[in-house]
Design a protein around this ligand. Structure first.
Ligand code: HEM
Ligand SMILES: *[C@@H]1O[C@H](CO)[C@@H](O)[C@H](O)[C@H]1NC(C)=O
Ligand SMILES: *[C@@H]1O[C@H](CO)[C@@H](O)[C@H](O)[C@H]1NC(C)=O
Ligand SMILES: *[C@@H]1O[C@H](CO)[C@@H](O)[C@H](O)[C@H]1NC(C)=O
Length: 325
């Protein structure tokens, strides 16, 4: 009997080994304990850096959360968003939708400290993922264990930022954009809840408040009072590039207020507001507006999925997040 089992295992082992090897070649396995031995202080260094930068500049949390989304949507979560342009290449950073994704310096600062504490160990892509978790929890949102082990990519192209979803997209287009990254309808609605933090410039919602269509000067899906507030904040098109509006009514707190606002016509972008106008997504908005705990739980699950997009072992651990090694 023992012999039989033994021979079965000696037979199966090479097959199991082959399967494991093959699957890890195509997709890297991320691990919550990835730096436990090589850099146990990594997360504390990152959290402290993010916390002090946020204290100094309250815009940092929203910018870092958005940075993670943009990084993962272009070439997977590989810190391609952090590479600087070179004389022969215009990088993602300098692509059109970079307007409000400043705060790259926070990640660079954490990286500099990590290079002193544990040289050539922690990837820039992992720093973004950890920092994104930190800004969510420190703003009142959920906390979770970030899976780590991403490698940094060597390519960053400004032209590819055109593949980020635009604020004018409708639900079908949003679903398609997320599906390309292996994310479902529920992930799309849940991750849109990232708009519970932060601010938008007038240019991203301008078309909704003036000359919307032949019949309607103002987008009829907008709450009237809210539309007037937006027109006040953005008096003339494209004159004041720092003017704009917060994404929900509690823009520095991570909560479910974003969904509550959508239900009363106060979603800032067409892409936000469209979520209540479509039966595939409306029910999810309604559930999250009622149940913040469920939103938090789903947000964690979807952030873990977002953090897995396009992750592979083809890459390096950059020494400086701005340049390839
Ligand atoms: C669903 C598709 C999405 C679209 C069309 C979209 C679009 C936008 C736009 C146009 C802005 C304002 C940019 C500006 O004018 O400054 C913005 C801001 C922001 N987005 Fe999204 N976004 C989407 C999904 C996400 C996701 C998935 C997250 C994160 C989980 C996210 C996080 C943020 C944050 C935090 C801000 C505020 C940034 C700041 O205050 O600097 N967005 N988004
Ligand atoms: C954003 O991109 C524009 C070009 O589209 C560039 O002039 C600007 O410096 C970039 N801003 C940042 C913060 O990278
Ligand atoms: C979404 O927009 C696309 C492109 O403009 C259009 O073809 C499609 O019919 C729209 N879908 C919905 C549900 O509005
Ligand atoms: C531009 O907008 C910002 C933010 O709303 C505001 O503080 C500033 O006074 C405005 N500048 C001008 C010239 O209107």
């Amino acid at each position: 009997m023992a012999l039989l089992q033994h021979s079965k295992w000696t037979f199966l082992f090479p097959i199991i080994f082959l399967i494991v090897t093959l699957s890890s070649m195509s997709q890297a396995e991320l691990d919550a304990h990835y730096y436990d031995k090589t850099c146990p202080q990594a997360e504390k260094i990152i959290s402290d850096t993010v916390a002090s930068a946020s204290k100094f500049d309250p815009k940092v949390p929203a910018r870092i959360l958005r940075m993670f989304f943009h990084d993962c949507f272009i070439r997977g979560c590989d810190a391609s968003i952090l590479l600087d342009s070179t004389p022969t290449n215009q990088a993602e950073k300098d692509g059109p939708p970079n307007l409000s994704v400043h705060s790259f310096y926070v990640i660079d600062e954490a990286k500099a400290k990590l290079e002193k504490a544990c040289p050539h160990t922690v990837s820039c892509a992992d720093i973004i993922a950890i920092a994104a978790r930190d800004v969510v929890s420190s703003s009142g949102g959920p906390h979770w264990n970030v899976l780590k082990g991403r490698k940094d990519g060597r390519v960053s192209k400004a032209s590819e930022t055109a593949n980020l979803p635009a604020p004018t997209l409708n639900v079908s287009q949003l679903i398609q954009s997320f599906a390309k990254r292996g994310l479902g309808v529920k992930d799309m609605v849940t991750l849109s809840g990232g708009h519970t933090l932060g601010f938008s410039h007038c240019s991203s919602f301008q078309s909704r408040i003036r000359g919307f269509s032949v019949l309607h000067n103002i987008d009829p899906s907008l709450n009237t009072e809210f539309a007037l507030d937006l027109r006040n904040k953005c008096p003339k098109p494209n004159t004041n590039f720092s003017a704009g509006h917060f994404l929900d009514s509690t823009a520095s707190v991570f909560d479910n207020d974003y969904y509550k606002q959508l239900l009363v016509g106060k979603g800032l972008f067409s892409s936000d507001q469209s979520l209540v106008g479509d039966q595939r997504t409306r029910w999810i908005v309604e559930v999250f507006a009622k149940d913040q705990g469920l939103f938090f739980k789903e947000f964690v699950a979807s952030m873990l999925k977002l953090g897995n997009v396009g992750v592979s072992q083809n890459g390096e651990v950059r020494l400086n997040c701005k340049v390839v090694n």
